[in-house]
Design a protein around this ligand. Structure first.
Ligand code: UGA
Length: 431
């Protein structure tokens, strides 16, 4: 099939690379000329394991192209995907400016039938609005609109796409469904076919539910600490029940990223607009916000209240491992708070330091764990990068000024820490 993707952001690039890899001809369009020029030279602007190789492979095989020419991409395409940014505005509403602009550009070159599929996360009702807009701009309705949300995670986006557990098609006609089925044939995945609104809602409900699991286990963790229970064992014990499942039950400093915070607040807003107060999701957000500051409380308890002038090593800045993405990272608020307390912070992250420095003014970073820990009064872990598990704790004992570790991601086992001379506090487990 011939596929045109409007928008070469994170999801657009991953989708384009994966669709071309299963044999479709894909043209990715973007208005950003420099970005397209770089992509044509094989330079990928984001960090995602395997993406650069996949793009290079499919560009070489002539199945994947990048262009700024809408006409070139749209003409001859069976499906045109709109995958542009839909970030929230300062009032919490979703900014549909880019989506509307992209829709107008498509309308301009809509000479024969096309399926126009929206993969950007959009408030319920948006696909229908975009359909009206395109009909008006094109002067005809010889097209179908579809909602086809994505469920991929940063850091494992390629394998999440190739091994998708389900595809959701929000469609209005058999023709649209057939085209989407054909595109997804090789993924051999389960398909849910529904109307536009339900498909749009599935995306929000999925992310809000996962966020709810995280806030729920974080609250269980907070109670565990008070009653002598261990949250990792509680997660294991409940996760073996297949109705609950073991995933998204890791207690810690809460969720971040560009999706859960945005989608939970959009869902609250969507509900508000139809006069419904979405109480659970509001609490999920509140619990998540408060959870990040637990590490500061624990730090103060460990080093006797005052943080002023204390050297604090921060390990991990990204909102989760395997990404350099700092959007919505809990580390931002935690570091701001430490800065307010006039702590002397020195941070280490394998790849997110540069992005972190763009967001957090005056942040000092190092290139190694040991450099950060050297002479520190305390070390706090904010992202569970796999390399942190291999830290030589005996070396840390020697180089730190005061042996305090506050583990916001439960990286180390309690039994191992007991054999060493550290004050060790984690989340939902004994100190
Ligand atoms: C999330 C969803 O998992 C994807 O299915 C969805 O497609 C994506 O949002 C999106 O809407 O685009 P992502 O934000 O990349 O993906 O990251 P996750 O792996 O889901 O992690 C989100 C946050 O939850 C991270 O900060 C992570 O540290 C935190 N988390 C996750 C926990 O605190 N505990 C857990 O048990 C799991």
């Amino acid at each position: 099939m011939n596929i045109c993707i409007i928008g070469t952001g994170y999801v657009g690039l991953v989708s384009g690379a994966c669709y071309s890899d299963i044999g479709h001809n894909v043209t990715c369009i973007d208005i950003n000329k420099e970005k397209i020029e770089s992509l044509n030279k094989g330079i990928v602007p984001i960090f995602e394991p395997g993406l650069e190789e996949l793009i290079k492979k499919n560009v070489k095989a002539d199945r994947l192209k990048f262009s700024i020419e809408f006409e070139q991409g749209i003409q001859g395409a069976n499906i045109v995907y709109l995958i542009v940014g839909t970030d929230p505005l300062s009032n919490g509403e979703t900014d549909l400016t880019y989506l509307k602009e992209a829709a107008k550009s498509v309308a301009k070159y809509l000479t024969d039938y096309k399926l126009i599929a929206i993969k950007s996360t959009v408030p319920v009702g948006t696909c229908r609005k975009i359909k009206k807009l395109i009909t008006k701009e094109a002067g005809h309705s010889n097209f179908d609109i579809a909602s086809n949300p994505e469920f991929l995670r940063e850091g494992s986006a390629i394998s999440d796409t190739f091994n998708m557990e389900r595809a959701v098609f929000g469609v209005e006609t058999d023709r649209a469904e057939k085209l989407l089925r054909k595109l997804h044939e090789k993924f051999k995945t389960k398909v849910v076919v529904t109307n536009l609104e339900s498909s749009e809602m599935i995306k929000y409900a999925a992310n809000a539910f996962l966020a709810t699991k995280i806030s729920f286990i974080n609250e269980i963790a907070n109670v565990c600490e008070k009653v002598g229970a261990d949250v990792t064992k509680v997660s294991e014990g409940i996760g073996l029940d297949h109705r609950i499942s073991p995933f998204f039950l890791n207690a810690g400093i809460g969720y971040g990223g560009s999706c859960f915070p945005k989608d939970t607040s959009s869902l609250v807003k969507i509900a508000e607009e139809v006069g419904y107060d979405f109480k659970i999701v509001k609490d999920v957000e509140r619990v998540n916000y408060e959870q990040r500051f637990k590490v500061i409380e624990k730090l103060k308890e460990a080093i006797g209240g005052k943080l002023k002038g204390k050297r604090i090593a921060v390990l991990g800045l990204a909102f989760k491992p395997n990404t350099d993405d700092m959007r919505g990272a809990p580390s931002i608020d935690i570091i701001y708070k430490l800065q307010q307390c006039e702590a002397n912070i020195i941070a280490y992250d394998p790849i997110a330091s540069e992005n972190a420095k763009k967001i957090i003014p005056n942040l000092k970073t190092t290139n190694s764990i040991l450099e950060a820990a050297n002479g520190a009064h305390a070390l706090i872990i904010l992202t569970e990068w796999p390399e942190f598990q291999d830290i030589d704790l005996e070396v840390l004992e020697k180089i730190m000024d005061n042996n305090v570790i506050i583990d916001g991601r439960n990286v180390f086992s309690i039994s191992m820490m007991k054999s060493l001379d550290f004050y060790y506090a984690s989340i939902g487990r004994e100190t």
